[in-house]
Design a protein around this ligand. Structure first.
Ligand code: PLP
Length: 384
């Protein structure tokens, strides 16, 4: 990476952009072409074609994302789940065993428990906060350990330093879903993780108008994942690539504003008599606040909370709000509100949700870039 692009704000705008500029264009044009003239490529993976993930907009994004996360290489995919499934299928084969954090994003949880079980890829869930319990579930076939920077929807912060040490001492590949933190708040590769994954649908793009995914790591690991991706086919199309690259340019501005706004909203909610509990690692009352302060430069734009009283009150409250849109997903410019029991974690049984600590009354707020004051006023009237 060029020495000129030392800080993330500069990397977001300039890293990976083609030089010289194409026809002098300040912003890289959309390359709406599926295939490219043959130029003597020697093997299938080098043929320039959208599905082989080597066209100009894909390559620019790969270089930019590698710079942001401090990795040697990166790959963009058609969704976050394409990044996660393709990556795990590249590093795990039938008979292999995966250790995964118990409270995973619902789609990843279903992939590991459903699809992988059918393929003969085994797993054990771990309490990622209890390092002393991990050895007991380690097997000779364990190949990888998978966690999330902050869990969804409870915003727990696992013992990520211990995860890295454990992975290294047992020669496991360590993978982390960094969607919630983003490279603005946390750079897992610098901590020692091997692979960082993203649902780029969320903060990286930031405007709730595409689905996309990303994976960053060493050149050798990414090449292996890219070859797998070329077969599985979840490639990002040129228009989505253009929007993702455009969205990335404002990532630092958006995320820092969202960090500040979300902390203020968390403080407001925590002090409100109608609110029973707030989950946000930026609050001093959060059980892992000190760890979050050590690892992250901000605690992100998502919090969750429970109202006092029956779960129906949560639905009633959501209906009364004027600014937050009741919709799944997160990380965009609009503030979104969801009840995980009926959206992201609806695929789990009530018993599984209970075991994970996700009550029917829990609400998750993804704070957008609207005025903090307006959002707090709206929440106040909704709670009145
Ligand atoms: N990882 C996390 C933490 C998520 O929240 C999501 C989606 O909500 C995903 C991965 C999956 O991403 P996508 O919807 O882009 O496939």
């Amino acid at each position: 990476m060029s020495e000129t692009y030392r800080h993330i704000e500069t990397q977001l705008v300039h890293a990976g952009e083609p030089l010289p500029r194409i026809a002098g264009a300040v912003e890289m044009p959309i390359f709406q072409s599926a295939t490219y003239e043959y130029a003597g490529e020697g093997n299938y993976h080098d043929v320039r074609y959208l599905r082989t993930n080597n066209t100009p907009s894909q390559l620019a994004l790969h270089a930019k994302l590698a710079a942001l996360e401090g990795g040697e290489a990166a790959l963009v995919t058609a969704s976050g789940m394409a990044a996660i499934s393709t990556t795990l299928l590249s590093v795990l084969a039938p008979g292999d065993h995966l250790l995964a954090q118990r409270c995973l994003y619902g789609g990843t949880y279903d992939l590991v428990t459903g699809e992988f079980a059918r393929l003969g890829i085994e797993h054990d869930f771990i309490d990622a906060d209890q390092p002393e319990s991990w050895r007991a579930v380690l097997r000779p076939t364990t190949r990888a350990i998978y966690v999330e920077a902050m869990t969804n929807p409870l915003l727990e912060v696992a013992d990520l330093e211990a995860i890295v040490r454990f992975a290294r001492s047992h020669r496991l590949l360590s993978l982390i879903d960094n969607t919630f933190a983003t490279p603005v708040n946390f750079r897992p590769l610098a901590l020692g993780f091997d692979v960082a994954l993203h649902s780029a649908t969320k903060y990286l793009n930031g405007h709730s108008d595409i689905v996309a995914g990303a994976v960053v790591g060493s050149a050798a690991t990414i090449e292996r994942i890219r070859h797998r991706a070329n077969h599985l086919g979840g490639s990002l199309d040129p228009h989505a690539a253009f929007l993702l690259k455009r969205g990335l340019k404002t990532l630092a501005l958006r995320v820092r504003y969202q960090n500040d706004s979300t902390l203020k909203i968390a403080e407001f909610l925590a002090a409100h008599p109608q609110v029973a509990r707030v989950n946000y690692a930026g609050l001093a009352s959060h059980p892992r606040h000190e760890r979050a302060r050590r690892l992250f430069s901000g605690c992100g734009g998502v919090l969750s909370f429970e109202l006092r009283g029956a779960p129906e009150r949560a639905e009633e409250f959501a209906r009364r709000l004027r600014i937050p849109i009741v919709a799944p997903s997160l990380g965009g410019v609009h503030t979104l509100l969801t009840r995980p029991a009926s959206t992201s974690h609806a695929g789990l049984s009530a018993a599984e949700r209970h075991e994970l600590g996700i009550s029917d009354a829990l609400l998750r707020l993804s704070v957008g870039i609207e005025s903090t004051e307006d959002l707090i006023e709206d929440l106040r009237q909704g709670l009145a």
